[in-house]
Design a protein around this ligand. Structure first.
Ligand SMILES: Nc1ncnc2c1ncn2[C@@H]1O[C@H](COP(=O)(O)OP(=O)(O)OP(=O)(O)O)[C@@H](O)[C@H]1O
Ligand SMILES: [Mg+2]
Length: 253
């Protein structure tokens, strides 16, 4: 990966607070190279989901800058909204359509994309997320794992510059974790840029290009999986055993 190319996203001294007394994000700085797979980890309440909402443009930072492909978009939440696809931690909140197919079409229809483009993208996404058999099913009758795949599909179909997933493995069984993670790695191979927030550090770490560790709203560590691994426990992130990085590379690229 070239480090000289303009990153998809870079963030400098990002700060966010709901009130004067309670700063949730404190001077967070990092950048996301184009085509990279970034893993964002941190204990419960460290500010991960909040950071994603600020990036996406759902909340405005109190200070700091957000730069998208070299352009300062801090004051332009709408541009961030369009460029960044965010799959929320609570998958259910994102599902709006009467059927799986209608739900995937929803965002494309809002953008008034030509019908042929919509149809092509719909079929591609149904295949990629393994949702063909359920295309006419009501979303609320889907299993937890299928709902999760639908929420990813609805975001993916919009072809965002940056795809961010907040805890996509919550409540998934082992096979579904493998399937979602494989799909993400496949998407990366196709050129997508991905940020993944996950507590399943043992499963995801070795597959990331870079790891960001958030603790109490501060970026505590940043680097390759190898360099970050030995310091995770210092920041309240525990792995089941004391693994070496090779043992964690369980999913072949
Ligand atoms: N609307 C709000 N008003 C006040 N405090 C909030 C609000 N939303 C979030 N917070 C607080 O901000 C902190 C960070 O929350 P956030 O959801 O970002 O944590 P997280 O790192 O995603 O945790 P988890 O791993 O549990 O998902 C928490 O202490 C939370 O209580
Ligand atoms: Mg969260």
């Amino acid at each position: 990966m070239s480090t000289t190319a303009t990153p998809i996203l870079s963030v400098e001294n990002l700060t966010f607070s709901f009130s004067k007394e309670r700063q949730i994000l404190k001077q967070v700085s990092f950048s996301i190279p184009k085509g990279s797979f970034t893993l964002l980890v941190g204990p419960n309440g460290s500010g991960k989901s909040l950071l994603l909402r600020v990036l996406k443009g759902l909340l405005q930072p109190s200070a700091g800058t957000i730069v998208l492909e070299g352009v300062d978009v801090t004051g332009h939440p709408k541009q961030r909204m369009q460029a960044i696809g965010l799959v929320f931690q609570d998958a259910d909140t994102q599902i709006v359509g009467q059927t799986v197919e209608k739900d995937i079409r929803f965002g494309m229809e809002n953008l008034n994309l030509p019908k042929e483009v919509q149809n092509t993208r719909l079929e591609e996404t149904l295949s990629l997320m393994d949702l063909h058999p359920m295309r006419n099913q009501r979303p609320r009758t889907l299993s937890g794992g299928e709902k999760r795949r639908l929420s990813v599909a609805g975001v993916l179909v919009m072809d965002p510059k940056l795809l961010i997933l907040d805890e996509p493995f919550a409540n998934l069984d082992y096979r579904s974790v493998v399937s979602v993670l494989s799909t993400l790695l496949h998407l990366q191979q196709e050129g997508h840029t991905i940020v993944l927030v996950s507590h399943e550090v043992d499963k995801t770490l070795a597959h990331a290009d870079q790891v960001l560790v958030l603790e109490h709203g501060t970026l505590a560590e940043e680097g390759s999986p190898e360099s970050v691994l030995p310091r995770l426990t210092e920041h309240g992130i525990y792995l089941p055993s004391n693994p070496i990085i090779e043992e964690l590379s369980w999913l072949k690229r």
